[in-house]
Design a protein. Structure first.
Length: 451
C-alpha cells in the first residue's frame, strides 16, 4: 500500500486489532439460546459497547430488540453541519457446525498461512473491527469529519428481524445520510468490490404426517404411507433435473448484468469435488445473484445409527428459499407454501410454518457516496478499480433501512471474500483485507464529508 498517513496508522493498529478480534471471537455469540448460552451474546455486546465508549461514543446502549436479542448502539458527534453516516455490523455468528471438522478450535482466533481462523472472524466480528480501525485512523489524522452512528446487530444470522422491528418502532434512531453495511465482501481477495444487490430470503419448516405412530416395516411396509418418503418426494419436486430451483409460479430465468463469475473459479471457490457437476442453467452469476435458489437446510428423521425397521409416521424439514431483486419475498413465501402443499403425495397431511423472511435489495450505484467509495478504494487498493457484484445472501435489514430512509445511500462492503468460507468450518479472515478495507472506509468518510 502506498505511503499515506491513514494507511500508516491502520498498519500500526493491526496488532491491537488482532488482540481485540481474538477476544471478540472467543464469545460463542450464536443467537440460538437453545444451543448456546445467552450470556455469550451478552458478553460480546458488552465488549462492543465498552469499545465504543472508549472511542468517545455517546448514548451507548444495549437495545433490547423484539426477538429477544440485543443490538449495540452508539453515536459519535462530528463537526457542526456535517453529514451523518451509519456504520453497521453484527456480532452474532453461525454455529460452528461440526467442531471436529475445524483444524483449530472455532472460538479461538488462530493464525495460519497468513489468515486468522475463527467463527465470526469475517462474518461479521471482523466488520466490527473494520469500523473501529477506520475511526481510529481518522481520529489520529485530523479527526472524524462526519457524525457517526454505530449499530451492531445481535441476531442477523437467525433472520428473526429484531433490529428491523426495533428500527421501525424508533425510526429516528438510525436515520443517516449514508449507511455502510460492513457485512459483505470483495468478489476476490485483493479486488475492491461493493455489493450492489442482495437476494432476499424466506425460511419455512414443513412437517408431513401419515400415521398415528411408527409401524413395523415388515408387517406394514409397502402399503402404509411413509412420511419420510413423502417428504423426500416433495423436497425433490423443488428442483428440476439439472438442479434448477422449481417453485410453481416463481420466475427462475432472470439474467445478471454486471461482473462475470468464471465457472472454473467458482468451482474452486465452492470447493466442488472433481467430477461433480454444478447445478442449474445460465451463467454462474445468473444462478447465484439473479435467480431463486432453494436449499434444504435440515431434516428431522431417525439417524442411521440406531435406526429401527420402521415406517415413519412423521418427518420435518427446514427449507430456505433465496429470491433475487424484483421478487417480493412475501409472494415467494406464498408460492413456496402452495407448492409444498400441492406437491405432497398420497394425501399426506402437510403443515408449513414460516420461520423468517427478508426482502431482496438493489442499491443506487450512481450516488455521491459510491463515487466517494470508488476514490477511496483506488487508494487502498492501488491499481485496482472498484467493482460491482451481486451477493446471493440476504441482509433483511437493508430493505428495512431503505424503506425507513429512502433518501439514504446504502453501501455494502466487508470481509467475506470467497476464501473466508463464512458459515462453513474453518472460517477465516485475511488481515490484509481487514487492513485495506479499514483504510478504504476511513478515506471514504473523509471523501464523503468533502463531497
Amino acid at each position: 500500500m502506498s505511503s499515506n498517513p491513514v494507511a500508516e496508522t491502520v498498519a500500526s493498529l493491526m496488532p491491537r486489532a488482532k488482540e481485540e478480534l481474538t477476544t471478540l471471537v472467543a464469545f460463542k455469540s450464536v443467537a440460538d439460546f437453545d444451543q448456546f448460552p445467552r450470556s455469550e451474546s451478552v458478553g460480546a455486546a458488552q465488549w462492543i459497547a465498552a469499545a465504543l465508549r472508549a472511542e468517545g461514543f455517546q448514548d451507548v446502549d444495549l437495545l433490547d430488540t423484539p426477538d429477544g436479542t440485543q443490538s449495540v448502539y452508539g453515536y459519535l458527534p462530528g463537526p457542526e453541519g456535517a453529514r451523518t453516516v451509519l456504520l453497521y455490523a453484527h456480532y452474532d455468528v453461525q454455529p460452528p457446525l461440526d467442531e471436529a471438522g475445524w483444524t483449530t478450535p472455532p472460538f479461538e482466533l488462530t493464525e495460519r498461512d497468513g489468515r486468522w481462523y475463527g467463527r465470526g472472524a469475517a462474518d461479521c466480528k471482523g466488520g466490527v473491527l473494520m469500523h473501529l480501525l477506520a475511526l481510529r485512523a481518522l481520529k489520529a489524522n485530523g479527526g472524524v469529519p462526519v457524525h457517526v452512528k454505530f449499530i451492531a446487530e445481535g441476531s442477523e444470522e437467525q433472520g428473526t428481524g429484531g433490529l428491523e422491528r426495533y428500527a421501525e418502532a424508533h425510526p429516528e434512531l438510525l436515520a443517516a445520510d449514508t449507511i455502510v453495511i460492513g457485512d459483505a465482501g470483495n468478489f476476490r481477495a485483493g479486488l475492491p468490490t461493493v455489493t450492489s444487490t442482495l437476494r432476499g430470503m424466506t425460511l419455512v419448516r414443513v412437517k408431513v404426517d401419515t400415521l398415528e405412530g411408527n409401524l413395523h416395516s415388515g408387517q406394514f411396509g409397502g402399503a402404509a404411507p411413509d412420511a419420510l418418503a413423502a417428504l423426500i418426494r416433495v423436497l425433490d419436486s423443488l428442483r428440476a433435473e439439472d438442479g434448477s430451483t422449481t417453485v410453481d409460479g416463481l420466475d427462475a430465468d432472470s439474467a445478471w448484468q454486471g461482473l462475470a463469475y468464471d465457472e472454473e473459479q467458482f468451482r474452486r471457490d465452492a470447493r466442488v469435488l472433481d467430477g461433480v457437476e454444478l447445478i442449474g442453467s445460465g451463467s454462474v452469476a445468473d444462478r447465484i445473484w439473479a435467480r431463486p435458489a432453494v436449499t434444504v437446510l435440515g431434516i428431522d428423521c431417525p439417524p442411521v445409527v440406531g435406526a429401527t425397521p420402521s415406517v415413519q409416521a412423521s418427518a420435518r424439514a427446514l427449507i430456505s428459499l433465496r429470491v433475487p431483486p424484483g421478487v417480493d419475498a412475501a409472494e415467494a413465501t406464498k408460492l413456496l407454501r402452495a407448492h409444498l402443499e400441492t406437491r405432497t403425495p398420497w394425501g399426506a397431511r402437510v403443515g408449513v410454518e414460516q420461520i423468517g423472511q427478508g426482502q431482496a435489495f438493489r442499491a443506487d450505484t450512481t450516488s455521491p457516496a459510491y463515487r466517494a467509495m470508488a476514490d477511496a478504494m483506488a487508494v487502498a487498493y492501488p491499481g485496482q478499480e472498484m467493482q460491482y457484484a451481486g451477493h446471493g445472501g440476504s441482509i433483511p435489514l437493508c430493505n428495512a433501512l431503505a424503506a425507513l430512509y429512502p433518501r439514504a445511500e446504502i453501501l455494502l462492503i466487508g470481509l467475506s471474500e470467497p476464501e473466508a468460507q463464512i458459515h462453513a468450518v474453518n472460517e477465516s479472515v485475511s488481515p490484509d483485507e481487514l487492513e485495506r478495507l479499514s483504510v478504504a472506509e476511513a478515506l471514504f468518510l473523509r471523501n464523503y464529508a468533502a463531497s
